[in-house]
Design a protein around this ligand. Structure first.
Ligand code: DP6
Length: 318
């Protein structure tokens, strides 16, 4: 029996839009911060039956994952992909769970697929200790299951571009993270569906200044790395802010259009921006494909983080 866990990650420059939806090749490079505290655990066990199966993992420290039929299929087909790639024979029961609730505003697909990839590798190593596969290669295999999972192999910062995912060394470390969860009554559009739909937005081809989405993201990536290197925090905030709005504008203008932003989220975002402008300090703010606001504070801004959490949280988690 193999037990491994892997962390989630939050993208500041977003992976949105695929060149190839079968293998999850992105249209642009992305950059993420690894959320070490938010993890998926996978237990992999060989079984004598003639097919693989998935079950929720139970345990005191876990919140059960709720997987739809489609979700189960996606997860088990990644297990199959790993078995084929690693030449791993036999059938397996895969049990998984998160140490955060599934309504915590975090898509658990990054941590789930990274953990499953690592579990398969450990199983293979148990059977054949001489095997040696690099983290970069494992990340590449994991990407084929779910794109954002390839960034969870590196910490604290991960970059994913044409060459694959790898660690990037930046002078900003030990960020405090929390996510504010807002309910959305709108019908959920999965991130996989969002990746397809954004391609239909006119702003994917170009924005009002003529820049295609891919170039906007790549330009921000360069600027964000530079502003982290220069420790220019306010500039970093502005880049992240523009980036998540860019992605959400693509959602709002795609065919058919969709949105994760309800009135409450829009009002909170406006108030957050006002507080930033007034105090000239605050967190990096970003939203993924959901109505949940992620805040990332510098190591030294502990008290500020507490005060923001108190001011803005409907329900929060550290
Ligand atoms: C908005 O990795 O969930 O969170 O490759 O189809 O599994 P698939 O998509 P997924 O997309 C994540 C999109 C995002 C932005 C990001 O994490 O970069």
């Amino acid at each position: 029996m193999i037990e491994v866990s892997a962390p989630s990650n939050i993208a500041l420059i977003k992976y949105m839009g695929k060149q190839n939806s079968k293998s999850n090749l992105p249209t642009n490079a992305s950059l993420s911060y690894t959320l070490e505290k938010l993890r998926t655990t996978v237990v992999l066990e060989e079984v004598s039956s003639s097919q693989d199966e998935w079950i929720p993992l139970s345990g005191e420290d876990f919140f059960k994952i709720e997987l739809s039929e489609k979700g189960k299929e996606k997860f088990l087909s990644h297990l199959q992909r790993m078995k084929t790639n690693l030449q791993l024979s036999g059938f397996y029961r895969v049990a998984s769970a998160n140490n955060f609730p599934s309504d915590a505003g975090l898509a658990s697909s990054a941590s789930s697929f990274a953990a499953l990839t690592l579990a398969c590798y450990d199983m293979k190593r148990q059977k054949n200790p001489s095997i040696n596969i690099s983290m970069e290669k494992l990340a590449e295999l994991s990407r084929q299951g779910s794109g954002s999972s390839c960034r969870s192999f590196f910490s604290p910062w991960s970059i994913w571009d044409q060459q694959g995912a790898r660690e990037i060394s930046l002078p900003i470390q030990n960020l405090h993270h929390f996510v504010l969860v807002y309910e959305s009554r709108a019908k959920k559009v999965s991130s996989s569906e969002a990746h397809l739909r954004v391609l239909s937005s006119p702003f994917f081809a170009k924005d009002s200044s003529g820049l295609p989405r891919v170039e906007r993201a790549e330009k921000r990536l360069e600027q964000l790395i530079h502003s982290f290197q220069e420790r220019h925090w306010e500039k970093s905030f502005e880049i992240c802010w523009d980036e998540f709005w860019d992605m959400h504008e693509l959602f709002h203008t795609s065919e058919p259009s969709f949105s994760y932003l309800n009135e409450e989220v829009k009002i909170v975002l406006k108030r957050m921006k006002e507080r930033w402008q007034k105090e000239k300090v605050g967190p990096l703010i970003t939203l993924d494909a959901g109505p949940n606001i992620h805040c990332l504070f510098r190591e030294e801004d502990t008290d500020l983080a507490k005060s923001w959490q108190q001011e803005f949280q409907p329900r929060g988690m550290a």
